[in-house]
Design a protein around this ligand. Structure first.
Ligand SMILES: *Cc1c(COP(=O)(O)O)cnc(C)c1O
Length: 436
């Protein structure tokens, strides 16, 4: 597999280089030089394949022999050992539940694949890989659980004190082994700043082999394509032919993967990017002006992104052709108040409890249907997290009905450990170099 940089189409690196660097030096993003189109026969018969089979077909087409088939199959079987069901709410509305992995968020797909790919490419006797990650909640849990016990790796997670939910904190601080959590007395931006300083610190980089696990890594994007194919397979089994996906979007990695799947031949009639008030993309699609803003805090905090990092990938997938993109992609944004109403409305209509991000995707699907009354394709909105990770938004009645999965309930019996730290870079640096 060859990859180029969105800032330099002449650059040409192999897959392991893109995985370990995460970002090219020119600060573009890596994209596959060749986007393979899957054979029509496979798409036509996709209803006969299981999730691991679909995952293998999609990943091996993209990776193009970067990993031998038997090894790739093993990585896939280990990484995707949980379900991604489409659940019907009404005749033409389904929810694609992506929260059945260990951290209860869709980021498990990316993080579990990435950790295994990195471990695979690390050769025996090579220097230990130090993964640094700043998190506002969901990323840290997925990365921690993705790398837990993976040999030759060590993960340091920075999270803002008092700003992650109880379950998220448990997922970050109860792992032990090769996972270390740092509770920073500051904001998510402070955490991110500390990590960025570490990556830019030449002295530190001579001592440690640092890598980032953030969502721009190509090995997180690739596995996100497969659940779109797998959802389509399930809908075909239910007798559906045409599909619309509505995706809760923050950094736009999830929907970028959906659009990549589309370019690989997945028949999707429409994509909808659903955002909160961090509405850079819906504004762009409406006005043609791409203007980023500082992020605004909302209930759907995993989507609080003012400058979505994967947007350049989407523009590249469509050769910068905005009109072509607008054909396939619509976008809507919602306030916190609308989000709460959405959560209650889904519950009242279907008895379904959706996390704030998921509710936003449902609202966008509803608005799209209202604007396009002739549309008869089946609507699927993506549920990116389990409701129990965002407990503050539900009524008492709803909270009492949320079933916390057993493996998460068990975390509360475990010992929580996080290093407490200020926002001064020297504290972080000396932790990394001396306290381990
Ligand atoms: C990360 C996350 C998102 C946003 O996904 P992107 O790929 O950044 O667009 C949405 N919902 C939840 C629950 C998340 O954790």
């Amino acid at each position: 597999m060859k990859l180029y940089s969105t800032n330099n189409h002449d650059l040409n690196v192999d897959f392991p280089t893109a995985v370990f660097n995460s970002m090219p030096l020119d600060k573009g993003l890596y994209m596959p030089v060749n986007i393979p189109v899957l054979d029509q026969e496979f798409i036509q018969q996709i209803d006969q394949y299981t999730l691991p089979q679909i995952a293998f077909k999609v990943a091996s087409a993209l990776l193009d022999h970067a990993i031998p088939a038997a090894d790739l199959q093993k990585i896939i079987d280990e990484a995707f050992n949980f379900e991604a069901p489409v659940v019907p709410l009404e005749a033409e509305t389904y929810v694609l539940e992506l929260f059945h992995g260990p951290s209860l968020a869709f980021k498990d797909f990316g993080a579990r694949f990435m950790s295994r790919i990195m471990a695979y490419f690390l050769k025996d006797g090579e220097q230990l890989l130090d993964v640094l990650v700043a998190t506002s909640g969901d990323t840290g849990g997925a990365v921690a659980l993705g790398f837990l016990g993976v040999p030759n790796t060590r993960v340091t997670i920075l999270y803002p004190k008092g700003k992650v939910s109880e379950i998220q904190e448990l997922q970050l601080c109860t792992n032990g082994e090769n996972i270390h959590a740092i509770e920073v007395d500051g904001t998510f931006d402070d955490c991110q700043h500390l990590v960025k300083q570490a990556f830019a610190d030449e002295e530190l980089n001579r001592k440690l082999r640092l890598t980032s696990a953030n969502s721009i890594n190509i090995s997180r994007l690739i596995p996100q394509t497969l659940y779109y194919f797998n959802a389509y397979a399930q809908l075909r089994r239910a007798g559906k032919k045409e599909v619309i996906f509505s995706v809760p979007s923050g950094n736009f990695g999830n929907i970028a993967a959906g659009l990549l799947a589309y370019k690989m031949g997945l028949p999707v009639k429409q994509f909808i990017a659903a955002t909160n008030v961090n509405d850079t993309v819906p504004r762009y699609l409406k006005t043609g002006v791409y203007e980023t803003k500082p992020s605004i805090q909302t209930y759907a905090n995993a989507m609080d992104v003012g400058a979505p990092s994967n947007w350049v990938r989407i523009m590249d997938l469509f050769n910068q052709d905005k009109a072509a993109l607008q054909e396939v992609l619509k976008s809507y944004s919602y306030t916190d108040e609308e989000t709460l109403k959405g959560i209650h409305s889904i519950y009242e209509q279907f008895g379904y409890i959706a996390c704030p991000h998921t509710a936003i995707a449902w609202l966008a699907l509803e608005d799209y249907k209202k604007e396009n009354p002739q549309e008869n394709a089946t609507g699927v909105f993506l549920s990116t997290a389990h409701a129990c990770k965002f407990p503050d938004v539900f009524s008492e009645e709803m909270s009492s009905k949320i079933q916390i999965p057993v493996h998460v309930q068990e975390l509360s019996a475990k010992l929580k450990h996080a290093e407490k730290m200020d926002t001064v870079y020297d504290s972080f640096k000396s932790y990394l170099t001396t306290f381990y």
